[in-house]
Design a protein around this ligand. Structure first.
Ligand code: BG6
Length: 302
């Protein structure tokens, strides 16, 4: 079965009342999840969660209305998986930004119902000629997406070779907010960050993060829980990171929005990225035969 053969996927992995597969926009295969708690979508290309709506609540994730759905291109929104490097490749600018995991086709490895009524989807991506042309190591990635009263995304990075490798990673989560001017991001007070818009200068965060201009920061040595307080839609999004030492906060603001073909000029007001990551000095070295697990747990509190 081809990884994107929707009929074959439904025959092997559909679970009635929980998960089915379909051809989505741009012909990209999508896992469509619906259960008593929520609805969600995962695009098999990139293993990208592209929507999560708890029952009766507003969408939690932002997906651009101008997103481009095409083979080999990450969708602008949801949760792209950045791996095995974060941002530009450290030494070769011709290699794809944020690595290759977000633009390659992942295979379905299993579906099941857990904890009574939550739905779990497991995807895998292993090294191939195409990945080895960009990065020489044998690896196995497993992405475990659990949709229930919360959204849990777990990325297991397995080193299948004898030599250690060092990798950057991010679950590059785009959150939908009422207005970026109405939010604070708590949990980063007192942390130092790399300000990518100030030539990589290190700065210290004092108090909650507020956003009133283009923002692109890698917070270092972060504690694991960030909360987006959204007074405009009176909700809190709690993001609990595991296996992560960095948190990236990004909003392109108007000028950055205009530079992106797949992002509406005014959409910067309704999103913020708070990314569970291991970036810059916080990259992780995985020994030969070893593994590292990165996770993000997303809860909405009304
Ligand atoms: C953020 C980076 O994580 O992703 C930004 O910190 C970058 O520098 C942004 O602009 C979007 O990246 P891309 O490759 O999806 O346009």
């Amino acid at each position: 079965m081809q990884p994107s053969d929707v009929a074959g996927l439904n025959a092997h992995f559909a679970v009635p009342e929980h998960i089915s597969f379909m051809d989505g926009p741009g012909g990209l295969a999508v896992a469509d999840i619906k259960n008593g708690y929520a609805t969600a979508r995962v695009v098999l290309q990139g293993g990208q969660v592209a929507g999560y709506e708890p029952k009766g609540a507003e969408p939690v994730l932002f997906v651009s209305g101008a997103a481009i759905y095409a083979a080999g291109k990450a969708i602008r929104g949801g949760i792209p998986v950045c791996w095995p490097w974060f941002g530009p490749h450290p030494t070769d600018a011709t290699k794809p930004q944020h690595g290759f995991a977000r633009s390659m086709l992942w295979s379905v490895d299993g579906t099941r119902v857990i904890h009574g009524d939550a739905t779990q989807l497991q995807l895998v991506l292993v090294d191939s000629e195409a990945t080895r042309a960009l990065w020489p190591y044998p690896f196995g990635l497993r992405l475990i997406v659990t949709v229930g009263s919360e959204l849990l995304v777990v990325l297991v990075m397995q080193n299948r070779g004898p030599d250690a490798f060092t990798c950057g990673s991010a679950l590059h989560s785009y959150f939908r907010v009422s207005d970026v001017a109405n939010i604070t991001v708590d949990g980063l007070d007192g942390r130092s960050y790399i300000d990518k818009l100030a030539g990589g200068e290190h700065k210290l965060q004092a108090g909650p993060v507020t956003i009133s201009e283009e923002t692109d920061r890698i917070y270092l040595d972060t504690a694991g829980v960030c909360v987006i307080e959204d007074s405009g839609c009176q909700r809190r999004i709690r993001i609990t990171a595991g296996g992560s030492r960095s948190t990236v906060v990004w909003n392109p603001w108007q000028a950055g929005a205009r530079r992106m073909a797949d992002f509406g000029d005014e959409e910067y007001t309704s999103m913020v990225c708070v990314e569970t990551a291991n970036a810059s000095p916080d990259v992780v070295t995985v020994p030969g035969g070893g593994e590292h697990t990165l996770s993000t747990r997303i809860n909405v509190e009304l």
